[in-house]
Design a protein around this ligand. Structure first.
Ligand code: PEP
Ligand code: MN
Length: 355
């Protein structure tokens, strides 16, 4: 899709192909509202929990063929095994993608690459589930080594112990680093799997374009509420077209403020991470407060406070932070932690009085 003279690859379609009607109707509406460059649908699904929808399987390939012939749209499906690659080749599928759960498994990536040898398949490589750029690069290199020339990396976010407020943390520094080490590689962003819900899709899409990503892969379903997988994050084709038309496309290198914009994006990301980390710290403080209340332990433990301060100052010093500034921050955080714990104790006392 050409927007503002910038070539943006739009891949859109349902998380899963669920029925012929749902697949074809979604494709029809997408063609009408968004004209995506590629139609995607998962047909083999590697699901985290059992008793969830694992995809229609090979029978759905014919629905993708129909989409391709009716709407003249190239089509994409995920392959989890070399047999899937074979079936996709037979069904004339244009793109396959390696999912986040496959990319963590270099052996399986290798097997899939064997099946790709000597073919013209176009391959999308999602980032691995965990934030390890080496696995991502390893998979891309294996695909390239199998003779595939059209490879696109897909940034779909990373699973970390604490993902709030996302389903998968964007950790933009990782795709940024991939771009640095592989400058000719196209990278597109999958905001659906980063967000896990529809209300933050727009911000992530905008951020991806501001970081000069080459496109977007977005999950779209004619009726997201009834979707058999990832229903919270899917949007209707009409909604997708609204989001796409609201995006601002800045031309790389055009603006003298380009560098400034980049740096501001970095600051926005880092501030987001700082706030998320701070919120997580305060949640743990609450748990500690409850523990102290239940075990009748005093809030202020002088020895522990002294240790925390000394340790953080030493670490900050090594990181070349300005120490008076760091002391101010540590004091504020400590005071807030005490306030939270005092609140918890007081609440308990009032409840006891009321009983
Ligand atoms: C998908 O695109 O539907 C999918 C399963 O993605 P991921 O591998 O990124 O979880
Ligand atoms: Mn999905």
């Amino acid at each position: 899709m050409l927007i503002n003279e910038r070539q943006i690859l739009i891949v859109a379609g349902p998380c899963s192909a669920e029925s012929r009607e749902q697949t074809l109707e979604t494709a029809k509406q997408l063609a009408e509202y968004c004209k995506p460059d590629v139609f995607r649908a998962g047909i083999w699904k590697s699901r985290t929990s059992r008793n969830t929808f694992e995809g229609i399987g090979a029978d759905a390939l014919q629905w993708l063929r129909e989409v391709k012939s009716v709407h003249k749209m190239p089509v994409a499906a995920e392959t989890i095994s070399p047999q899937h690659v074979q079936l996709c080749l037979e069904a004339d599928i244009d793109y396959i993608w390696l999912g986040a759960r496959t990319v963590v498994n270099p052996y399986m990536v290798g097997e899939i690459c064997e099946a790709l040898k000597g073919t013209n398949m176009k391959v999308l490589v999602k980032n691995p589930v965990n934030p390890d750029i080496r696995l991502w690069i390893g998979a891309i290199e294996r695909v390239a080594n199998s003779g595939i020339s059209e490879i696109i990396a897909v940034h779909r976010g990373f699973s970390t112990y604490y993902n709030q407020p996302y389903r998968n943390m964007p950790l933009w520094e990782i795709p940024n680093e991939l771009k640095r080490v592989m400058p000719d590689l196209k990278i597109i962003c999958d905001p659906s799997h980063i967000c896990g819900r529809e209300d933050c899709l727009k911000d992530i899409m905008q951020q991806a374009l501001d970081l000069e990503m080459n496109g977007l892969m977005v999950e779209s379903h004619i009726n997201p509420k009834t979707a058999r997988s990832d229903k919270e994050q899917q949007i209707t084709p009409r909604h997708l077209s609204e989001l796409l038309s609201g995006l601002i496309l800045r031309n790389p290198g055009d603006s003298p403020h380009q560098l400034l914009q980049h740096l501001r994006n970095e600051i926005d990301m880092i501030d987001g991470q700082l706030l998320e980390t701070l919120a997580r710290r305060m949640h743990i403080i609450e748990e500690i407060g409850q523990f102290k209340r239940d075990n009748r332990i005093t809030i202020l433990q002088a020895e522990r406070s002294r240790h925390v301060f000394a340790d953080r100052i030493e670490k900050g010093n090594r990181l070349q932070l300005h120490i008076p500034f760091l002391k101010e921050i540590l004091k504020s955080i400590h005071n807030e932690a005490i306030r939270i714990q005092v609140d918890i104790l007081n609440k308990d006392t009032k409840e006891n009085q009321a009983e």
